[in-house]
Design a protein around this ligand. Structure first.
Ligand code: PFF
Length: 452
């Protein structure tokens, strides 16, 4: 094994890697997407499948991605090419790196638009727009906000510039610091929101909605959405974690680290759910409202509590930062790929990626206003992009990575790399990676297209 650090640098410590990977994992997926897709898919059954997928697919795959990244120490594309050569496994495997890099880029185009929503809401919060807001008022506020294409493009532009600014300076400098202080702050604020939710009189209804198994609203696509979300929320299946793995020192235990990241990510999502659904029920709002859900519920809560302007501002600032640290990891593979391949500077690579993602992002920005009626199979451009990336590209990419780690690499090399010499853990990992991941993803995908 090559013990030298990646030419793109190395994390200063194990904690730094945990923080950066957590920064990638915890983002809009946890606080914006998890509650609304849970609401759309009827609650608890969806949550159960999601949790199962995180445990049985997410954690072992995260271990595989970190391991491959640490072996390859390059972009996902070059890492896959090099490892495939080493394992004499055929150059087709590098396709996984390309597909993942493309997936990250595509996700960024819409992630930046939603990141823009959090920015816009920071300003609403500061200017006291939430005080005394009713459920209807909050819906109206959000409707006006997304209804303007100009406003959407404006905030999308600011968010994209922020992302590219960090990327162009190199990922690791600011990231470690940002995550160390801000992630705990986000958790504290979520706890305060959960505390508020307890006072609404509908807390138990929210808990029941999330945790009392009820499969009546669970469809074929719910299963696919739950699985896709497990990949999305943990940043898996596209090489983001592989890319961060490239900077991991040899001494880091991959198993424990992956477990910690998955647990933190899951706790944040569940806290968001616990904060939001009681408010939804207390104000007669619709759990299946869709992408607008948190923007129509949390402002009502902030408008109602003492110090709501300050808390609301803080909350949206922290959410924006969580989105920021995730969006950075979405483009890091694409930017580093351009640097490695075309010998351009980091600044040039960032500018090219940022500009194209920004332009493509218009289609998402318009999906909520001027193009909201432009649908194919009842879905807008944004819906299709989200479905394609989260529900197809990430799970398929993840299975590819799992198959490579499980079948193409030798068991001695993976056992050593994972440091799992004792106990049943290595066998469990191998079993999940070799059999459970490919079989589960195939069944869910085939089931969703109606094959059986
Ligand atoms: N995990 C991020 C979230 O939950 O918001 C989204 C994401 C980041 C997905 C990076 C994929 C990725 F590579």
């Amino acid at each position: 094994m090559d013990h030298s650090p990646s030419r793109h640098g190395q994390w200063s410590s194990r904690l730094a890697f945990i923080l950066a990977a957590t920064g990638s994992a915890v983002g809009l997926g946890n606080i914006w997407k998890f509650p609304y897709i849970t609401g759309e898919n009827g609650g608890s059954a969806f949550v159960l499948v999601y949790l199962l997928c995180v445990a049985a697919l997410g954690v072992p795959l995260m271990m595989a991605e970190v391991m491959l990244g640490r072996y390859g120490k390059q972009t996902p594309i070059n890492t896959m090419r090099m490892l495939a050569k080493k394992a004499q496994a055929g150059q087709g495997w590098q396709f996984l790196g390309w597909a993942g890099t493309l997936a990250g880029f595509l996700i960024l185009t819409y992630y930046s638009v939603i990141g823009g929503w959090t920015l816009g809401y920071v300003f609403y919060a500061v200017s006291g727009r939430f005080s005394g807001l009713s459920g209807e008022g909050a819906s109206g506020l959000f409707g006006n906000f997304v209804g303007s294409p100009l406003v959407q493009v404006g905030w999308h532009t600011v968010f994209m510039l922020m992302t590219m600014w960090i990327i162009s300076r190199g990922v690791r400098r600011g990231l470690e610091k940002a995550v160390t202080t801000l992630m705990p702050a986000l958790v504290v604020l979520l706890l305060i929101m959960v505390g508020y939710a307890m006072t609404t009189g509908f807390f138990l209804k929210g808990v029941a909605f999330l945790f009392t198994p009820d499969f009546s609203h669970f469809s074929e696509t719910s299963m696919l959405t739950a699985m896709g979300h497990a990949f999305f929320t943990l940043s898996l299946g596209m090489g983001a974690i592989m890319m961060y793995g490239a900077y991991v020192p040899e001494t880091t235990s991959i198993g424990t680290t992956s477990l910690v990241i998955a647990i933190v990510d899951t706790v944040v999502a569940l806290l968001a759910g616990l904060a939001i659904f009681p408010i939804v029920f207390a104000h007669g709002l619709e759990p299946g409202a869709g992408p607008s859900l948190i923007f129509e519920t949390l402002p009502v809560a902030f408008g109602d509590i003492a110090g709501g302007t300050l808390l609301g501002t803080l909350f949206f600032v922290l959410l924006m930062i969580a989105a920021w640290t995730s969006s950075i990891s979405l483009v890091e593979p694409a930017v580093t790929m351009l640097i490695e391949r075309f010998n351009v500077t980091r600044l040039q690579a960032s500018a090219w990626v940022g500009l194209t993602a920004w332009l493509l992002g218009f289609a998402t920005a318009f999906s909520f206003n001027v193009w909201s009626e432009v649908t194919v199979l009842g879905m807008t451009f944004f819906d299709h992009l989200d479905f394609l990336t989260s529900n197809l590209m990430l799970p398929l990419g993840g299975v590819g990575i799992a198959m490579f780690a499980g079948w193409c690499m030798t068991t001695e090399s993976t056992r050593t790399a994972l440091g799992l010499h004792q106990g049943p853990w290595y066998s469990l990992w191998l079993f999940l990676i070799r059999f459970v991941a490919p079989v589960a993803v195939s069944i869910v995908l085939l089931h969703a297209v109606g094959a059986f």
